[in-house]
Design a protein around this ligand. Structure first.
Ligand code: TRP
Ligand code: ZN
Length: 870
């Protein structure tokens, strides 16, 4: 059905045709939606070329060229393209008009790409290449046109008819139909096109821009959910104000709309003036959303809003440049979140995600540079690498040239490229011009993949009072990257030294590592310093630096940089977990307990202490140990947890109770996360096991001031981890209470999938039969299948291979229902390299089985080919 050969960055050539304006008329119907597309086309060069339009899963009804109907002999058509031969317009001068009439079937569209139904509503998803499932078009981001969209539908069922831009006309039609016409004056690629029709509740507000323009803000949600849109609206206004303050960027249309839908492949989509969101990133109230839901909603609202400049006003020349908009926009939303909340904690959470997931991707079979060079299915490249590592690359740039120059660079970028489709190189060139910094070596971050490994050694000379740090860097060498070059890497660090009174003092530095190996000398260093490297996580690298426990404890207690303090703790914990995986008799040191006790009694921000107490995840540690046994790793983490729980029990309990008390006095997110991490430890001990049950009961005792989803869910998560006796009752209580709230039931499915019990596979089978379970809703599919594969490592990696088999069986079904979702869920199966051989064999067995599926989608094929070639 779709093209099955890959495309290459090196093959880019500009379009032979431009489209200046698109006039769409869409008559909505569940099975037979008619699309009339009037294109104003011009030749982009002198040469005679065929006009080759993309189109998939669309039925062609008719074509006219300059008002002349074309007969079937005059054009060529196949599953993926409609070709109008050059002879047809060899004589046309200037602009010519092509009118194409097609039909599509939204009801059958379970891939959720193009025009589909989410419940009763119609909606679209065109990024990356979904517009071609609506009509024949030049579906590439460098073809930019203004759009007029007339939407026609039944008035009773679809009172709201939405599209991009400003509303210019509306009215009633015969037979209960009505129409609304929209005009978007900003030329855009078709991936930013959107159309929505439905019966919603509408939350309205307005925002006055700094230049005094009034913008209408509208959030559309399923009926009955109006109050759950308040937080999203507040987040939107904060985002608009922030972008004006920090980047001087204002919104440009008279209206900004957000629609929340339940059926959506990803988080949200930045369609011009009409964002479409997964309802998970819009709806929240204090009963049904957790603290992290609130945080994520604010971040995703901001992300999509920021795309209006970084993505829409300046867009990508081709899809290989995706990180141009995504890396930059993630960086911007991270900056925003850091400004709205604790910057230390926000940074730590970003780094955790990067280390646990992106590092694994960058070491796995689908590893690619943030600007990929070869793509079969574009949807496979909306990755942690393009997004999160892409954001790290922008952050390094910010570090290297400084905040002020970075802002100048952004200003220059918009001055040069507003209204254009450009490349990552164009962005770096703007930054380079504005800062007068040579960034040619820095550009290698866009073309090399893999997490660079940095080895560190140090020498202190007592006589000359000089301290030397030698850093060497190595990016992975593979068949597709035979000779990686040295990257330009900013290394921020602190030297910790006792001052004249014996108190620890610290001095910050930034090094620019540009060579394969480089030695940096610090003069007048009175004694051998303790070095805290990679302050703020200044580069997305792995460090090897042999520091003894004592030094790590010194950093934990004395470094200025909060990231360094946190990271030293993580390094220590990782070293203990590693030891435990190889040595059953390893005795964990009492010093760890002392340090945890100190932490628990410190005056630090609660949210920060919670981060310090959180162990590195299974995924993160798995990436650091060669050929690890997953079972041993699960056991090692558990052993360490129990050791901490036992040793620090008294302080954990005291902190838990204190936070519980504080919680009653006010709504504090950080205090709740500290309380709940204490609960995680305490519930591992028989003596305090019942705390989780008590907390659940308290959070569900019917008193409004106690109702709290963060606390309920934390309690259930703890109970699931130890498969507590009370769990079954709590889960059915929860199910009864929330059966009508889709997003909360997703949480219920996820908890069920993460229960550590030998009967998990029978349990999973039952869950798949649950009346509320469906593979057609991506959130639901992920909440069961994804949660099992990601949050239940003990049983996912069960030595019989049954976990892998379960995942593969679900992916096989999703292959035909929704290839994008199938392809995202396969991640834990293709990242087999870090595990011992027996597991690799079992995992590959499932991959081979999937590879043999009839009608294998390009999405899965690309990943399976890569994984099996590895
Ligand atoms: N551009 C979207 C973002 O903000 C990503 C996205 C949303 C997407 N839906 C999609 C990408 C569907 C591919 C397919 O990051
Ligand atoms: Zn984005």
């Amino acid at each position: 059905m779709t093209d099955s050969s890959p495309r290459f960055l090196s093959d880019y050539s500009p379009s032979d045709f431009n489209i200046s304006h698109v006039n769409l008329t869409v008559t909505l119907d569940d099975k037979n939606t008619q699309v009339v597309s009037e294109l104003l086309v011009t030749k982009a060069n002198e040469s005679l070329c065929d006009l080759v339009l993309n189109g998939e899963h669309v039925k062609l009804i008719s074509i006219t060229l300059e008002n002349q109907a074309l007969s079937a002999q005059q054009y060529e058509i196949n599953d993926t393209h409609l070709t109008l031969p050059s002879s047809l317009f060899s004589k046309t001068q200037g602009e010519f008009k092509v009118v194409i009439v097609t039909e599509v079937n939204p009801e059958e569209n379970t891939a959720l790409e193009g025009l589909f139904k989410s419940g009763e509503a119609f909606c679209t998803q065109c990024e990356a290449e979904g517009f071609r499932r609506i009509t024949y078009y030049l579906d590439r981001p460098d073809v930019m046109a203004t759009f007029t969209t007339k939407v026609i539908a039944n008035k009773v069922n679809y009172p709201y008819l939405l599209a991009n831009g400003n509303k210019i006309d509306s009215g009633d039609l015969a037979e209960g139909m009505h129409f609304v016409t929209w005009y978007d004056p900003f030329p855009k690629p078709c991936y930013l096109f959107a159309l929505v029709a439905g019966n919603f509740d509408l939350l309205t507000d307005s925002f006055t821009t700094s230049s005094g323009r009034e913008v209408n803000l509208e959030i559309f949600v399923d009926q009955g959910n109006l109050h759950k849109a308040e937080h999203a609206m507040t987040s939107l206004k904060k985002s608009m104000a922030w972008d004006e303050q920090v980047y001087g960027l204002e919104y440009d249309l008279d209206i900004y709309m957000i629609v929340a839908v339940d059926f959506f492949n990803m988080g949200a989509m930045e369609n011009k003036g009409l964002n479409v969101f997964n309802s998970k990133y819009v709806l929240a109230d204090s009963d049904c959303a957790t603290d992290s839901d609130y945080f994520n909603i604010e971040a995703v609202i901001a992300h999509e809003y920021f795309h209006n400049w970084t993505g829409n006003r300046v867009t990508c020349r081709d899809w290989f440049q995706l990180s141009l908009k995504e890396g930059l926009t993630v960086f911007r939303d991270q900056q925003f979140s850091a400004d709205m909340h604790s910057s230390a904690v926000t940074r730590i959470q970003n780094v955790r995600l990067l280390r646990a997931q992106q590092f694994a991707e960058d070491a796995g079979p689908m590893a690619h540079p943030i600007r990929p060079t070869k793509v079969l299915e574009m949807n496979n490249f909306y990755t942690l690498t393009v997004y999160e590592k892409g954001a790290e690359v922008i952050r390094m740039l910010h570090t290297l040239i400084g905040a002020e120059n970075f802002r100048k660079g952004m200003d220059l970028y918009f001055k040069r490229y507003d209204g254009m489709a450009v490349t990552c190189d164009d962005f770096i060139d703007a930054m380079s011009s504005a800062s007068a910094k040579d960034l040619s070596q820095f550009k290698l971050w866009y073309s090399q993949f893999g997490t660079p490994q940095i080895n560190v050694s140090e020498v202190y000379d007592t006589l000359t009072k000089t301290y030397q740090l030698t850093l060497s860097q190595q990016s992975p060498v593979t068949k597709s990257q035979l000779d990686p070059k040295a990257l330009h890497i900013p290394i921020k660090l602190e030297l910790l030294l006792p001052d004249s009174e014996g108190k620890m003092a610290s001095k910050s530095h930034m090094l620019e590592l540009t060579e394969q190996e480089q030695t940096f000398t610090f003069n007048d260093v009175t004694t051998k310093p303790i070095t805290a490297l990679l302050a703020d996580f200044s580069a997305p690298v792995k460090l090897t630096f042999e520091q003894d426990e004592q030094s790590l404890y010194t950093i934990i207690n004395h470094a200025q940089n909060s990231f360094c303090r946190w990271d030293a703790g993580q390094q220590l914990l990782i070293s203990y977990i590693k030891r435990l995986t190889i040595d059953n008799d390893f005795v964990l040191p009492q010093a760890l307990i002392n340090s945890i006790d100190t932490l628990l009694t410190s005056k630090n921000e609660h949210a920060f202490i919670a981060e310090q107490l959180q162990l590195p995840s299974f995924d993160e540690v798995a990436g650091l140990i060669d050929k690890v046994s997953p079972q041993r790793l699960v056991e090692a983490i558990k052993k360490l947890s129990i050791f901490i729980a036992k040793g620090a029990q008294e302080n954990l309990l005291r902190t838990y109770q204190y936070c519980q008390e504080q919680g009653r006095l006010g709504n504090n997110v950080g205090t709740r996360s500290l309380k709940n991490i204490c609960l995680q430890y305490l519930s591992l001990l028989t003596t305090s096991q019942s705390l989780a049950q008590k907390q659940y009961d308290l959070a569900n005792n019917g008193l409004v001031q106690n109702e709290n989803m963060t606390d309920s869910l934390a309690a259930l998560t703890c109970a699931a981890k130890i498969n507590a006796e009370s769990l079954t009752n709590q889960l059915s209580h929860f199910e009864n209470k929330w059966q009508d709230t889709t997003l909360v039931m997703d949480k219920w499915f996820a908890i069920n999938a993460s229960v550590e019990t030998e009967t998990i596979f029978e349990h999973l089978d039952q869950l798949m039969e649950h009346p509320l379970f469906t593979l057609k809703n991506p959130n639901r599919a992920r909440s069961l299948i994804g949660a099992f594969a990601m949050n239940n490592p003990k049983y996912f990696h069960c030595p019989t291979g049954r976990g892998y088999e379960f995942l593969a069986a679900q992916i096989a079904k999703l292959n035909t229902i929704n290839p994008q979702v199938a392809s995202r869920l396969i991640t834990p199966l293709i990242q087999f390299k870090s595990f011992e051989a027996s597991h690799q064999i079992l995992m590959k067995e499932q991959l081979v089985k999937l590879h043999n599926l009839p009608e294998l989608s390009n999405d899965l094929k690309e990943k399976l080919d890569a994984a099996l070639a590895d």
